[in-house]
Ligand binder design. Structure first.
Ligand code: C5P
Length: 220
């Protein structure tokens, strides 16, 4: 268990974050939210006046921000150039721009290298879109969490990160990001070979966590 890597992929609102944190906490593992790293990169680009739709400008800047991820599942942290960006990375500006930034190959190369450095010798649950396919394809446990689009939109709204939005707007934004994340050329969202598919549509958080803990134990 001390060196295990649990790779958790899936679309927005599939429950990846809460389940990954609960599983890490239960097993005494570290936790890495790679989506927060793409969001922090996006925040930095916006903060520095870089046009996120100018692929060359984004590519040229991809090495510039210093990004530091704290991996305690009870309080994961993310800093960009020493600034705590945990709040701003959840705002609508970053959410609206992150799929464009994360499609740029230089951004992915930089962040995958940082993610592998954090993973190190393992003992960690890593969540994202390409963990089982690109970041840690040799992970002994790979999971693909999903749920119906309606269920995912309802969960996102219940999280209250963006209380002004109605359900239809949230669902439209999820569908837009899913299409961009699944359609991009460089490591698109897809289920990794050997991954276990977990459809969480009709399950609550506790049920998903119990199911995932069972899968992890089966594969040890
Ligand atoms: O998981 P979260 O919704 O915070 O991720 C934000 C965005 O970051 C995704 O929509 C996707 O564009 C990008 N992402 C990615 N690869 C990852 C994690 C996130 O491209 N491993």
């Amino acid at each position: 268990l001390a060196t295990i890597v649990v790779a958790v992929d899936g679309p927005s609102g599939s429950g990846k974050s809460s389940v990954s944190r609960d599983v890490a906490r239960t097993l005494g593992l570290r936790y890495l939210d790679t989506g927060a790293m793409y969001r922090a990169m996006t925040w930095w680009m916006l903060h520095n006046g870089i046009d996120v739709h100018d692929t060359d400008a984004v590519a040229a800047a991809a090495d510039k921000p210093e990004l530091v991820s704290g991996t305690d599942p009870d309080g994961p942290t993310i800093h960009a150039d020493g600034v705590d960006v945990a709040g701003p990375i959840r705002g609508p500006e970053v959410t609206g721009a992150v799929s464009a930034v994360s499609a740029v190959p230089e951004v992915r190369a930089r962040l995958v290298a940082l993610q592998r450095a954090v993973i190190g010798d393992g003992g960690i649950v890593v969540e994202g879109r390409d963990i089982g396919t690109a970041v840690a394809p040799d992970a002994p446990v790979k999971l693909y969490l999903t749920a119906s689009e309606a269920a995912r939109a309802a969960r996102r709204n219940a999280e209250g990160t963006d209380p002004a939005r109605d359900l239809a707007a949230t669902q439209a934004d999820l569908a837009r990001r899913d299409a961009l994340d699944s359609g991009r050329a460089t490591s698109p969202l897809s289920m990794a070979e050997g991954a276990a598919l977990v459809d969480t549509t009709a399950m609550n958080r506790e049920q998903v966590v119990a199911h995932v803990l069972g899968l992890v134990r089966d594969r040890l």
